[in-house]
Design a protein around this ligand. Sequence first.
Ligand code: AMP
Length: 204
Amino acid sequence: MRIVLLGPPGAGKGTQAKVISDKLGVPAISTGDIFRANVSGQTELGLQVKTYLDAGNLVPDEITVAMVKDRLAQPDAETGFLLDGFPRSIPQAEQLRDSLADLGHKLDRVVELVVEEDELVRRLSGRRMIVDGKETQRDDDKPETVRHRLNVYREQTAPVAGFYEGEGLLSRIDAIGSVEEVTARAMNALGADDDGDAGQSAAV
Ligand code: AMP
């Protein structure tokens, strides 16, 4: 299955991407994770993108799209993938559609995690990660950057849901609830049972 998981920062995309991709047996591909790994590894790509990540701005399309194309060309993504954090703009969505078409593929479904904005601000400001055994906050989870990321989402990424709605691919699901509840809604939208077996047709 070829899937895109959409949703604002703080909606739980990363968590759901891991659980759902495990159930479906496809790789979860997170552009944010790939960028962060490159920033901490101080690679050339990391140095190129660090200022964008720190400011909560989108990395330019030519960098992001090239990186995703490379990743989708890896053998493990040949029969399916779950994209988390990409596409984040209409041009990215169009370029994804065109590069999949070149390979004779297309997306099967797009699942949007829906959470209202006040709840996102609460979640992001309280979000912590463990790095080297220490609790830490992502630089871009600082309150002033959180507001900016939500604006970027509203202006550049939210229209992507409309793009996929027009293509008949979009399922919107309520992303408030336990991880298990949200996963069950997503699996239902994907037309797979909770063990990952495809079966009944997708609920839209
Ligand atoms: P995320 O982990 O998905 O919240 O992404 C963290 C940051 O990585 C974003 O704020 C952007 O700076 C960058 N990023 C991730 N995915 C994309 C994308 N598809 N296009 C442009 N920038 C991205």
